[in-house]
Ligand binder design. Structure first.
Ligand code: NAP
Ligand code: FE
Length: 360
């Protein structure tokens, strides 16, 4: 079990732990998306704290959804020109992943895109991560998933970058449109399921995946209409962070592996794209694993889970050829396939990929 991130999950986490944030350096590069970090209050909290401790900062607010390697290089170059000595990522998984990759590049002699995918050391500038979605758990994983335009897909960088501190506060979800809340919460659920049904699962990862699924399940009704209830938002955030802690131990599996083509080629949001394959993965799993997950979540069968997915997320038309390409690509990734604790031949992988088409 390795979880080196200091996590504070509480009301006003940023304001309460300003001293630890300020101790990371003397000039911050802050990475955010266009609007949400400002609108949800997380950026204002951060600036208030930095100003209070006399820490200067430079804001790079151009991180797009599914950020590209090019964006990360631009952010790292700006950070270096601005002489930043630590990095703060504020946002959903996109700005957090971009912040990890930028913190890595800023520690390299020269800032070059290809270094992201070359093996070598994983040194990075001190890094604080402040999530504003309840999905990726990126604040506690070592993974940074970037879009590589040259490869026309998304790919995790070759380096394991854990933040130094994660400041987690459900209040940032308060004004989130319900569709984003649903999509990101589904991503968190898929992390817990893929970690639970995984060759690498052990008592420690199950501690996070099972607790996270219980928390998720008791709050799932609020995903129907959205909510501003403080306790619910805090719990959805905790489920997401626990999902991250779970996959930080054993990694995501087949549904994530299949989902990247849907996001890249059809612009389907990450959570919804992964969720498209979750029922298929459950159906393919061994009975005892399937039963455990369904029981924790309160579903009587995979079919009932799939009905829930279709009701909440709608029917998505995915062309057959895109699913076939997703299968072909993942079939080459033996490492990802080996996370499934059941036999996966090409036919089984196709059954998982085509489950939603066959059951909607
Ligand atoms: P995201 O791509 O970071 O953001 C999605 C949308 O939500 C953006 O429009 C963003 O607006 C908005 N948003 C963010 N916080 C908000 C808030 N509090 N209120 C209202 N709107 C808000 O979404 P995400 O699903 O969290 O991240 C997805 C990315 O994470 C993908 O690239 C995925 O591959 C990656 N991922 C990483 C890991 C990991 O372990 N590192 C795990 C799973 C997924 P702005 O653009 O204005 O900010
Ligand atoms: Fe994910």
């Amino acid at each position: 079990m390795y979880m080196p991130v200091v996590v504070y999950s509480e009301d006003d986490a940023v304001l309460n732990h300003g001293k630890e944030l300020a101790a990371l350096g003397s000039r911050a590069l802050i990475l955010t998306g266009r609007f949400s970090a400002k609108n949800c209050g997380a950026l204002d909290d951060t600036i208030k704290v930095l100003d209070g401790y006399g820490i200067t900062y430079h804001i790079f607010n151009r991180v797009e959804e599914n950020p590209s390697t090019h964006t990360v290089v631009q952010a790292a170059e700006e950070g270096r020109n601005e002489k930043a000595d630590f990095v703060i990522g504020i946002g959903g998984g996109s700005p957090l992943d971009a912040a990890k990759a930028a913190a890595f590049l800023m520690c390299c002699g020269e800032i070059k895109e290809e270094l992201l995918y070359q093996c070598g050391n994983d040194r990075h500038l001190p890094l604080a991560l402040i999530p504003t979605t309840c999905g990726t758990g990126s604040e506690v994983t070592a993974v940074s998933v970037l879009t590589v335009p040259e490869l026309k897909t998304k790919k995790s960088i070759s380096h394991r970058i854990f933040g130094d501190i994660a400041l987690v506060d459900g209040k940032y979800l308060k004004r989130m449109p319900v569709q984003i809340l649903r999509n990101t919460a589904l991503d968190a659920l898929t992390h817990m399921i893929e970690s639970r049904i995984n060759t690498g699962a052990d008592d420690f990862s199950r501690m996070y995946s099972d607790s996270g699924m219980r928390i998720w399940s008791r709050n799932m009704k609020y995903l129907e209409s959205g909510t501003t209830e403080k306790k619910v938002l805090a719990e959805l955030m905790n489920a997401s962070t626990m999902g991250g802690m779970a996959i930080a131990q054993d990694g995501t599996g087949i549904p994530h592996g299949l989902s990247y083509s849907l996001t890249y080629k059809l612009q389907i949001p990450h959570g919804k794209a992964v969720g498209y394959f979750t029922a298929g993965y459950l159906a393919a799993a061994d009975e005892s694993d399937r039963r455990t997950v369904l029981d924790i979540l309160g579903f009587s069968s995979v079919e009932q889970f799939q009905e829930y997915y279709l009701r909440m997320y709608g029917k998505t038309d995915v062309p057959h050829e895109i699913l076939e390409q997703a299968v072909d690509e993942l079939w080459k990734n033996k490492k990802k396939l080996s996370t499934a604790p059941f036999d996966v031949d090409k036919e089984k992988l196709e059954e998982i990929a085509f489950y939603t088409i066959m059951h909607s």
